[in-house]
Design a protein around this ligand. Structure first.
Ligand code: LMR
Length: 335
């Protein structure tokens, strides 16, 4: 009898010990979900973060990257982050209104950033900080901004003058600012998840879309749109975000290592974004499926004029405060 008790006791002790050592060894898993291909600035950035995070934490953290809307589509991934079923996302800032942070849509104003350098400076400075402060009350913590350059626009006809947009059904990703500037051109914008765009273009559910060269190439939009205008009329950027509770609950040393990994992955992503898009545009041209068009200075003036009312309209959507922060940082007048 005594022997049996001793045996049971020993077995329980072994089980308890192995449970402790398993939990000590099992890594913290970060599920990082995004909607684009691996072969894009964001896709490469996510994989770089995985590599560095696992290296700096010595395997204590495992990052699982799910590209191409494999886990969730646009709006679902926002819900998943708040519910804790994913830990990290990098949505375009055009998709932040469902989080209750409409201020991010100010970044979609047409012809807001005159070049990559102006964009980068604003996001590293006051604009980036201001916008992240809007996420904290929503239980979301902003870690970094990742660049993906400027939007082109396409259809099965050349889009050169505002009148070419008349009645065109344009897919937009979520921002009401984009909705407004396309309406200014006479188009009919429609919000649709990124993973559905190719088929919608192919079947004629929509006639048109906007995106950056790297997204056109990797989603093959150039194969279902005859004419692409290299307009660069608005900017596409991402905010890498985590659930605040999850982030704050990490051991401090691990959080520090992950921050270092994120800083380096961010420098890497932002350093390749421009070249990736230049190369993607060259590839689209080489493929020869779609014809590329460039606007004349007069056409640019006409586009800007047609889209200009968006600036006054934006006040009611995103609020004066964010517009003031941006105007000050960029040294421009908004209205
Ligand atoms: C889109 O939906 O067009 C973009 O947000 C996709 C992306 O994440 O680059």
């Amino acid at each position: 009898m005594k022997k049996t008790f001793a045996l049971i006791g020993a077995a329980v002790a072994v089980l308890a010990l192995s449970a402790v050592s398993a939990s000590a060894q099992s890594p913290i898993v970060i599920k990082f979900s995004h909607v684009v291909a691996n072969d894009t600035p964001k896709g490469k950035g996510a994989l770089k973060f995985k590599e560095l995070a696992e290296k700096y934490t010595n395997g204590k953290v495992k990052v699982e990257v799910y590209p191409n809307s494999q886990l969730f589509k646009d709006k679902e991934e926002m819900d998943a982050l708040q519910l804790g079923s994913v830990q990290m996302l990098a949505p375009s800032t055009a998709k932040f209104a469902p989080l209750g942070a409409k201020e991010f849509e100010a970044l979609d104003l047409p012809w807001l950033f005159k070049d990559d350098a102006t964009y980068a400076k604003a996001m590293k400075g006051a604009v980036g900080k201001y916008l992240f402060s809007k996420l904290e009350p929503k239980g979301i913590h902003g870690l970094a901004y990742w660049d993906n350059g400027f939007h082109m626009v396409s259809a099965n006809r050349p889009l050169l003058n505002p009148s070419d947009f008349q009645g065109l059904k344009v897919r937009i990703s979520g921002s009401k600012i984009a909705d407004q500037y396309f309406r200014g051109m006479g188009a009919i914008p429609q919000i649709m998840a990124f993973s559905e765009v190719y088929q919608a273009l192919q079947t004629g559910v929509v006639d048109s879309c906007e995106n950056t060269p790297s997204n056109y190439l990797t989603q093959k939009f150039d194969e279902v749109q005859k004419d692409i205008t290299v307009s660069y009329h608005a900017h596409l950027q991402y905010a890498v975000i985590v659930n605040s509770k999850f982030w704050a609950g990490l051991p401090a040393d691990i959080r520090g290592q992950l921050e270092k990994a994120m800083d380096e992955a961010t420098d890497y992503t932002n350093s390749i974004a421009h070249t990736e898009n230049v190369d993607a545009l060259a590839d689209i041209k080489k493929k020869g499926k779609a014809t590329l068009h460039y606007l004349t200075p007069e056409q640019i003036v006409a586009w800007k004029k047609a889209m200009a009312p968006t600036y006054a309209w934006a006040k009611g959507r995103v609020g004066q405060e964010v517009l003031d922060v941006i105007a000050k940082e960029l040294d421009i007048k908004m209205n």
